[in-house]
Design a protein around this ligand. Structure first.
Ligand code: PLP
Length: 355
């Protein structure tokens, strides 16, 4: 079946483009000190994670335990949860994953997290593993001083939790459009992480894992000798917003196929709104950038731009989501496309796994 004959709105995934993105990242990292543990929040399907691992990734990063469970069901890992896991329900799910033999590490930032992990270990007889999240300037989660990080590492060891290292994601830098500013913010964050790493080394607690970076900053981080791994996610599909920031570095693999349902003098309406497409990173656009979805209602997109006048009701329009991760999270299936032909369908097994 031709992709443009599919019912809409639906997600198209160009498998050749995605494979090129995976290969391009893998070959860039081949001789770098840092290795890739790609973030699963982007593809959310084992079909992609499996290909990333086959291309040399050393494991998979996730945001949520629900994503980790999908990977464990698929037999994929080792898994790094780059997030704090809080509350007895989640701690017990983590212990259940360990009991199944999953190699899984979670992030901690405070004594609270260490205590919960130790209590979960006591209840289950499992030995959890953790890294310490450092705040390198993003001001989301993370320790704020080397002394705090050292104290926490000591607490992990004393509590019998396996201490595996640190992470410091510079999310405030990754989408900055100005390359010099992006590099500068990333460098500042990396130097904070380095200070923490040095303080840990001084007390004999050198981190095995030092995990940083996103798609917008990986080239700055990959060269740092103290960084062991990168957490990039978006590179694999390269959404619209990242395409504007890093033109030509990777290619857009993901698009939303829509159908024109109405034509007016200066705009057209497509059948995709906020329930199948997101726009918090800007207006979704066609690949050539000529048409954009200037406004989204729940189930309608206002299409404007050059070429609108030639659209007819029933025409198909492919939009590149500005933010792929939140768009694909609304869907259950990738229609896998090669040369315009649907060659497979992959369930997005971790869609909406936000617990
Ligand atoms: C903790 C963490 N690590 C890494 C990333 C990298 O993602 P990307 O490659 O999409 O910038 C993100 C993005 O949200 C994140 O939250």
């Amino acid at each position: 079946m031709r992709a443009h004959d599919l019912d809409t709105p639906c997600l198209l995934l160009d498998i050749d483009v995605m494979e090129r993105n995976i290969a391009s990242m893998a070959s860039y990292l081949v001789d770098k000190p840092a290795k890739l543990r790609p973030h699963f929040k982007t593809p959310k399907t084992p079909e992609v994670a499996r290909r990333q691992l086959a291309a040399g990734a050393i494991g998979i990063t996730v945001a949520k335990l629900g994503e980790a469970e999908v990977l464990a069901d698929a037999g994929l890992g080792p898994i790094l949860v780059a997030n704090q896991v809080v509350g007895p329900q989640k701690i017990d799910r983590l212990m259940a994953l360990l009991a199944r033999g999953a190699d899984i590490t979670v992030a901690v930032e405070a004594a609270y997290h260490v205590r919960e992990l130790a209590e979960g270990a006591k209840r289950s007889g499992q030995t959890p593993a953790a890294i310490i999240e450092i705040d390198g300037g993003m001001h989301r989660c993370g320790t704020r001083s080397p002394a705090e990080t050292v104290a926490l590492a000591r607490e992990l060891v004393a509590a019998g939790v396996r201490y595996r290292g640190v992470m410091g994601y510079e999310g405030h830098a990754v989408l900055l459009p100005d390359e010099a500013e992006r590099r500068e913010k990333a460098a500042a964050s990396l130097s904070v992480v380095k200070e923490h790493v040095e303080a840990l080394a001084e007390v004999g607690l050198s981190p095995g894992i030092v995990s940083v970076a996103g798609t917008g900053t990986f080239e700055f981080a990959a060269e740092a000798p103290f960084v062991t791994e990168l957490q990039c996610g978006s590179y694999v599909f390269m959404d619209g917003a990242y395409g504007w920031v890093l033109p030509g570095r990777f290619e857009n693999a993901l698009s939303l196929l829509t159908t024109v349902i109405s034509i007016r003098d200066d705009y057209a309406v497509a059948d995709a709104g906020m329930k199948s497409l997101t726009n918090e990173f800007g207006a979704p656009r066609t690949k050539d950038g000529r048409i954009k979805a200037a406004r989204l209602a729940e189930e309608h997109a206002h299409l404007v731009g050059e070429g609108i006048e030639s659209l007819r009701i029933g025409d198909k329009v492919e939009l590149i989501p500005s933010h792929g991760d939140t768009t694909l999270n609304l869907h259950d299936t990738y229609f896998v496309v090669r040369d315009g032909e649907v060659v497979d369908q992959w369930p997005i097994l971790a869609a909406r796994k936000f617990r």
